[in-house]
Design a protein around this ligand. Structure first.
Ligand SMILES: Cc1cc2nc3c(=O)[nH]c(=O)nc-3n(C[C@H](O)[C@H](O)[C@H](O)COP(=O)(O)O)c2cc1C
Ligand SMILES: Nc1ncnc2c1ncn2[C@@H]1O[C@H](COP(=O)(O)OP(=O)(O)O)[C@@H](O)[C@H]1O
Length: 242
């Protein structure tokens, strides 16, 4: 679908989070085509598509979505070799360094999670930071990909890549369909507007509270509330209505 020539809505979705949202995904950050940083100046962390079937959401409409994400850096392989980083493509070379500061004018600081009870020994590892996030699910029509992919841009400037980290994601709203574009510049301008729409949309109270959801702190991965969570080899995705 070619991008319609009309102004965009500044905010996406209703003032409360409504079904099918929230949608919860988790998976390791894998290598994509390397275009995000190099060609667009907007890095996008890819996670495997396999998890869409876990919660019965393989038919989730392609499009641009927003929500919150967190990273578990402890799953990054200590010795980075080409075989230790899975890839969404047939390219097995090591990823080149991403450009991480491309959208500095649009960035937001990570959200500190709400204060949590201290354990007597206070030995728990620090809770992960939560990042406002915009993502694309689909075939990237501008690039005419033949495989669907999940491409996630965290609204934060990182000092280093995080291939291999476990990314947990809560999708809270839909922004727009994927479009084809007349130029790379037009695609980049729309993605930058998606970032602004995400910032405004998440600023609403009913959305902000999801930044403290336990899914983002890995607790459901540890089985504490019986969520559907495979431990290895893919993405967990389930739809929880709390
Ligand atoms: C917020 C956002 C919106 C996007 N919208 C589109 C789109 O409308 N059309 C499209 O072809 N690709 C779109 N993309 C995907 C980019 O083309 C993709 O992230 C880029 O090709 C980098 O891919 P790579 O990580 O595999 O290198 C979007 C990506 C993001 C993060
Ligand atoms: N703000 C960010 N959002 C997403 N990924 C980022 C960000 N900053 C750095 N990265 C890193 O950049 C990588 C994505 O860069 P990109 O050029 O799109 O490559 P690829 O095609 O391999 O995904 C991510 O996997 C991650 O390690």
């Amino acid at each position: 679908m070619v991008r319609p020539d009309k102004p965009r809505d500044p905010i996406a979705g209703p003032d409360t989070v409504e079904p099918p949202f929230p949608l919860k995904l988790r998976g390791p950050v894998i290598k994509g085509f390397g275009r995000g940083s190099k060609e667009l100046g907007i890095p996008t962390a890819n996670i495997p598509l396999s998890g869409l079937s876990v919660g019965g959401h393989e038919d989730l409409e392609s499009g641009i979505y927003y929500g919150y994400a967190s990273l578990d850096h402890s799953t990054i392989p200590t010795l980075t070799t080409s075989s230790s980083i899975p890839s969404a493509t047939n390219d097995t070379s090591l990823p080149t360094r991403s450009s991480n500061h491309a959208v500095a004018d649009l960035e937001e600081p990570p959200t500190e999670p709400p204060s949590r009870p201290l354990t007597p020994s206070n030995t728990q590892p620090a809770a992960p930071k939560v990042y406002p996030t915009v993502l694309s699910i689909g075939y990237n029509p501008y690039y005419k990909n033949t495989q669907r992919s999940i491409e996630i841009h965290l609204l934060h400037s990182f000092n280093a890549d995080f291939y291999g980290a476990t990314l947990s994601l809560i999708i809270l709203g839909h922004i727009r369909p994927e479009y084809d574009y007349m130029s790379k510049e037009a695609l980049v301008e729309d993605i930058r507007e998606d970032i602004r729409v995400t910032q405004r949309s998440l600023a609403r109270e009913a959305y902000q509270r999801w930044a403290g959801d336990e899914w983002l702190f890995g607790e459901e991965r540890k089985g504490q509330d019986g969520g559907i969570v495979p431990q290895t080899g893919g993405v967990a995705m389930c739809h929880m209505g709390n």
